[in-house]
Design a protein. Structure first.
Length: 314
């Protein structure tokens, strides 16, 4: 073997090693950026829910209702926090809301208003690793599903044993409520689920976001980030299969999605609807981006929810 050939092989080997190292560094960076949430970022998100997600009237409404602060321990020992708005004249119905990725519970004030005006008590948790809840690894609805089983149990204790409960979530919170509804030990008090803009599978969602928004090699980075998530959080991206969970759901579902959603492609809605084995309603909001259906046509949004609840809960 000549000197040039040996040199070429060495350079080729060095290039492969450099590529592997590069993917490793890129995967770790993606894990830190996408799956972890620092205290500084959590506080920034809380501020965002007050300055961007709500107007002054929403915040004043929330304050006027004098929400109770509720705290609870997760299965793995994290202290989680929520706000509970109690009806002055309860009618036996409570909604539990689930906010989106890198947000906090006050993001859900506009949704709380809808349900409160329909006579529901409102429980608004901060997801693990968000807002005032403890944790640094984001659960993406998969770890949160077990937290929400506990929030359902807490809602029953806050109200009455026969309380009728509805779950509503947006984006990551939508994946959370679907995943929760597919658990075997879901209390029978849960009568319906409303999901707004959920992904169908976390591995597909990660690859879509990495490729379409950050123009990074999704096929190579996804296994690395998934491995690190499994190592620290106990779940891989493939395990977080929301479509499989929805197939186990035994309560009616209202699906909501904007037809201009470029964060969670609308094709994922088709996967979820096809997987469901329960009565379903579908509302596709024309001209709405990701979780913007309530903004584009608030009257229609409220009407769809009200009609669904009258049909399956009230």
């Amino acid at each position: 073997m000549g000197k040039k050939t040996k040199l070429g092989l060495k350079l080729f080997g060095a290039a492969i090693a450099s590529t592997i190292v590069g993917f490793g560094i890129g995967g770790y960076a993606s894990f830190i950026a996408g799956m972890k949430n620092s205290e500084k970022a959590k506080q920034k998100a809380i501020k965002k829910t007050e300055e961007v997600d709500n107007n002054e009237f929403d915040l004043e409404w929330f304050k006027d209702k004098k929400p109770e602060t509720i705290k609870m321990l997760s299965d793995d020992g994290l202290q989680l926090e929520a706000s509970f708005i109690r009806q002055p004249n309860p009618n036996g119905r409570t909604v539990i809301l689930a906010h989106g990725y890198h947000h906090a519970r006050r993001q859900m004030i506009p949704y709380a208003k809808i349900f409160y005006n329909l006579g529901y008590n409102v429980l608004m948790p901060d997801a693990r690793s968000h807002g005032e809840s403890e944790g640094s690894l984001i659960g993406f609805g998969w770890l949160d599903r077990r937290d929400y089983i506990r929030w359902v149990q807490r809602a029953i204790l806050l109200t009455q044993p026969s309380e009728k409960i509805v779950l509503l979530g947006i984006s990551m919170g939508a994946a959370t409520v679907i995943a929760t509804s597919g658990e075997d030990d879901l209390p029978k008090n849960v009568k319906a689920v409303i999901e707004d803009s959920s992904f169908s599978q976390l591995d597909d969602q990660f690859r879509y976001r990495i490729a379409s928004h950050y123009h990074l090699p999704a096929r190579e980075l996804e296994p690395i980030v998934s491995y690190l998530t499994k190592l620290e959080g106990g779940y891989s991206f493939k395990e977080a299969n929301i479509a499989e969970q929805i197939a186990k759901t035994k309560v009616p579902i209202l699906f909501i999605h904007g037809d201009q959603d470029d964060y969670v492609p609308i094709e994922m809605l088709d996967e979820l609807v096809e997987a469901a084995n329960v009565p379903c309603e579908v509302y596709i909001a024309e001209g709405a981006g990701h979780v913007q259906s309530i903004v584009v046509d608030p009257e229609r949004y409220q009407k769809e929810i009200s009609n669904f609840l009258q049909k399956y809960v009230d």
